[in-house]
Design a protein around this ligand. Sequence first.
Ligand code: 26M
Length: 822
Amino acid sequence: PVIFEDDRTSVTTEGLKRAFYDHLFYTQGKFPEIAGLGDYYQALAHAVRDRTLQRWISSVADHTATAPKTVAYLSAEFLMGPHMGNNLINLGIYDTVKKAVQEIGLDLNELLRQEEEPGLGNGGLGRLAACFIDSLATAEIPAFGYGIRYEYGIFYQTIMDGWQVENTDKWLRHGNPWEIQRAEWAVEVKLGGHTEQYQDDLGRLHVRWAPEKTVAGVPFDSPIVGYKVTTTNTLRLWRAEATEAFDFSQFNRGDYLGAVDKKVTSENLTKALYPNDETVQGKELRLEQQYFFVSCSLQDMLRIHKARGMEPDTFDQKFAIQLNDTHPAIAVAELMRLLIDDNMMPWDQAWGITTRTFSYTNHTLLPEALERWPLDLFKRILPRHLEIIYEINARFLNDVRIKFLGDDSRLARLSLIDESGERYVRMAHLACVGSHTINGVAELHSELLKQDVLKDFYEMWPEKFTNVTNGVTPRRWMVLSNPRLTKLVSETIGEGWITDLPQLSKLEPHAEDSAFRDSWRAIKRANKVDLAALILRRTGVAVSPDSMFDVLVKRIHEYKRQHLAVLHIITLYHRLKSGRSAYTLPRTFIFGGKAAPGYTMAKLMIKLINAVGDVVNNDRDVHDLLKVVFLPNFNVTYGQCVYPGADLSEQISLAGKEASGTGNMKFAMNGALTIGTMDGANIEIRDQVKAENFFLFGHTASEVHDIKASGYRPRDIYEVNAELRAVVDLIQTGFFSRGDTDVFKPIVDNLLDHDPYLLLADYQSYIDCQDVVSDTYREADTWARMSILNSARSGKFSSDRSIAEYAKNIWKVEAVPITLKP
Ligand code: 26M
């Protein structure tokens, strides 16, 4: 039933056109004649946001009235990507809006390109959070995403002379039409200072935290619309502001500029996203960011809980809180503080509630990514939380002592405090102790957690450990980004696959239908033409859609081994130069990804890719058979063009290092074949698509373990492998650096003398496998069959499946269908 239809709710072409002009005039304040593309985008965005509101408010009203158990996904990052296209898809109004916009004389794609994407994340972890909140809403599960409204998201990357240069990402420059500021639900967050004990009227002892300063947290809400359901959840991101009280006291002392200065300092808290992934530095501001958004979010949940007429003692029955890695792990101590100090709850009761509320997802096995805070820093910022952590630790270690009597080294290993040298608070330990469930993000990763990184915790509480393999949302990563494929698939098997991805298996028989294969290939070709246009626009390099598009896009990291792909490129180049061009399949190597600004080796890897590209792309002997491009500023928006246009997906991390990977899933869904190692979710992708449709190479995680244990000597491999030696020597002798033998020396020396990520050990296997890839690609029909089967068998990798598992096994939450309110 149409609830009430007016300029702000109508989804007819006429209604949408009216709404567009209305916002152009009343929101943008422009006549159509003088409005620009940016104004048109804003007008359309407001028209679309209006159409989310009926569902959004209805969802909030229903959730308030019936108080269902609600998920709170706590994440320091939400890498949302542009909202507009996704909202059009999920609202089911994409085609109508496209038509309305056309009738106005505009092109929807051009309008979509106007949106500055909210890049509030680094990579996989932040993007996973975005896919998960899409799937939560689609599953009609009441949920909040809680995070930080960074003013500057992940930096904007340009390439100058082959080097990465970072610029700030001013994503809020033109305002954010998708958010609503909720000043009325602002909260206060304390920082620093000291604690003191006091007695209440009944003579009971309590602790009071006298902070050095307070900051205000202001929520900014965006609607998260489920796909073709009424449920619309809230992404609530917190912005730090100066508290009124703080300003005022300064002002009264006559120090106006001092007050303004403090205001600026407070606001610095949510200024910028830390652009590191997988390595941590113990920066004070980062700890403040983490505590700030955690405290805001927990206070918010307690407010909602009380507003629904309930007491804190039922909190765990109404909220399931997921910790997205350890970044929000301070929540364990903060909930204890709120229950004990603010709600006067006894310790044991508070601890029961806390451990029944939290669950923790680990995303990494890399030791350098494990968060630990120097004790003195921690104490200076969060004195009360340190006391609480000491108490948690004392009780926990007592349990350990009883379970493993006499095992003192185990106590030291498990302690929440690292006392082996300088003292640290171990955040993963806090997360493990405070959670009822701990999960890894792919089968192998979850196994390695139990055997290695969290072994002692597994031995303490084996029942806490489980696996939830990651997934990605097919709405953004197929329907929105690959409309051509979506049309073909839906015409062939209906539309059920969009919310039930395993239905893609109905495509399998069509792999044997030559007309279907032709359509499939034509779609890939058209997507490659689009991708080639993007590459030309962004790099100036013309690439041919008739070449194989061989793609490696992800954060730049030594463990992800982008430089192994470079060794392959140089191998092919070297073969070509020695007159073997007849065997060379035309390939375009497409790289993209950001390096952490302080990660020198990763930045050098980018320079190497570009240096090799410069030589290869411009060498006439190559006859355009090989092209190497580095697409600058790889982000969600570019991903939407890259995954659909890829022939080959490179997933070449050292086995045992990539927790899961999620790009691998986006490629497979869109019909790319994978060349990959036995790492993360690659293993499960290969299980699904079957070995014969997957290009496997490299040592397994357990072989890697053995190689390292028996004293790995990479130089020995270099000495005996002539082709590898020629390749490394080309880099070493300055062939790609105009004779400069210094610039790439750190990479070469590292490979020959240390090679911690076993590039040389996996080199020959990789090259041989790539030769098989080339031979297979030449058999266009075989490739098309394999491509169809990859997509048809990717159903497991929908985030809908991941969310269903979390909901059933971890959160114990259910769907709550929403009725539209008049
Ligand atoms: C930590 C401290 C200070 C500053 C930044 C960080 C930090 C930020 C992001 C550390 C790690 C971060 O992300 C890690 C990440 O993205 N991990 C990836 O998670 C994906 C989703 O589970 C997996 O698919 C990838 O394999 C894993 O690398």
